[in-house]
Design a protein around this ligand. Structure first.
Ligand code: SF4
Ligand code: SF4
Length: 56
């Protein structure tokens, strides 16, 4: 599971674009990671704000 720190997220959409399984939903300022997440870590690498983390 990927954890989002919503206080850090700048809503840039970079994570949405890179997710291979389209698990990230970004609507306005709301962001959510769905259960489709495969924990590949790609989104954590592209986030400019460091707001995504692969957790447990
Ligand atoms: S860890 Fe991978 S599969 Fe999960 S939300 Fe991020 S990019 Fe998508
Ligand atoms: S890449 Fe980071 S800052 Fe951009 S929308 Fe995703 S979580 Fe938010």
């Amino acid at each position: 599971m990927v954890i989002v720190d919503r206080h850090k997220c700048g809503h840039c959409g970079a994570c949405v674009a890179v997710c291979p399984v389209y698990a990230i939903e970004l609507v306005g300022t709301w962001i959510e990671i769905g259960e489709e997440c495969k924990e590949c870590g790609l989104c954590t690498q592209v986030c400019p704000m460091g707001s995504l983390e692969v957790g447990t």
